[in-house]
Design a protein around this ligand. Structure first.
Ligand SMILES: Cc1cc2nc3c(=O)[nH]c(=O)nc-3n(C[C@H](O)[C@H](O)[C@H](O)COP(=O)(O)OP(=O)(O)OC[C@H]3O[C@@H](n4cnc5c(N)ncnc54)[C@H](O)[C@@H]3O)c2cc1C
Length: 47
């Protein structure tokens, strides 16, 4: 199972401008970063 914001490398997440299709806004980058942290925790806990 893959998580939202996860790249094609399992356990590696992309947030902000580097993400394909990002909207290029500060608030979006920060929000996606916060989301990615949550998903990293899920990944580490559940695989
Ligand atoms: C001129 C300009 C004006 C803008 N005005 C606005 C605005 O008014 N409002 C708004 O919301 N957004 C604005 N933006 C967009 C906003 O700046 C970006 O969307 C936001 O900064 C993206 O954040 P980020 O963390 O994804 O990327 P970045 O802020 O680009 O951070 C990426 C970081 O990674 C570092 N890095 C790169 N490669 C490596 C590497 N190999 N190893 C280690 N570190 C690396 C870079 O040095 C950089 O510090 C503007 C952008 C520009 C260029």
């Amino acid at each position: 199972m893959s998580y939202y914001l996860e790249t094609n490398i399992p356990g590696v997440f992309a947030a902000g401008d580097v993400r394909h299709g990002s909207v290029k806004r500060c608030a979006s980058a920060v929000g996606e970063g916060a989301m990615a942290v949550t998903f990293v925790h899920h990944y580490v806990t559940n695989g």
